[in-house]
Design a protein around this ligand. Structure first.
Ligand code: 5GP
Ligand code: ZN
Length: 114
């Protein structure tokens, strides 16, 4: 998608602080971190929101979560954990319409979300 920020990051047209890349996923630090560790994992394939996924995306969604978990361990969150978040559309306050999972850690998170 030509006007999608995360597609531009995936293609290299926009820079990012890359953590990990394979043929299907890209992980990079959030530009506006909300915790000592805050990174995003995106599938390279453009999917706007989690609501746009179907059963055919089950494998990709599983690998997205496992990729996020592996990167979280590599960045030191394995022992104390953190928060894995997928915001969706208007009520979820999703601001970038390209599916991504946030991983936050390094401090205790609040609950419930505001
Ligand atoms: P959302 O609100 O869609 O769940 O999260 C989008 C996230 O992407 C936000 O946390 C925001 O800081 C981050 N973000 C937006 N634009 C950029 C960018 O150009 N580079 C990086 N690294 N993060 C971005
Ligand atoms: Zn995109």
């Amino acid at each position: 998608m030509t006007d999608c920020i995360f597609c531009k990051i995936v293609s290299g047209a926009l820079p990012c602080a890359k953590i990990y890349e394979d043929d299907e996923m890209l992980a990079f630090h959030d530009i506006s971190p909300q915790a000592p560790v805050h990174f995003l994992v995106v599938p390279k394939k453009h999917i706007a929101t989690i609501m746009d996924c179907t059963g055919a995306d089950s494998g990709l969604l599983g690998r997205l979560i496992v990729c996020a978990q592996n990167r979280a361990v590599e960045l030191g969150l394995g022992e104390k954990g953190g928060r894995f978040i997928i915001n969706c559309k208007e009520h979820g306050l999703q601001t970038v319409p390209h599916l991504h999972i946030h991983v936050l850690g390094g401090r205790v998170m609040g609950w419930p979300p505001g």
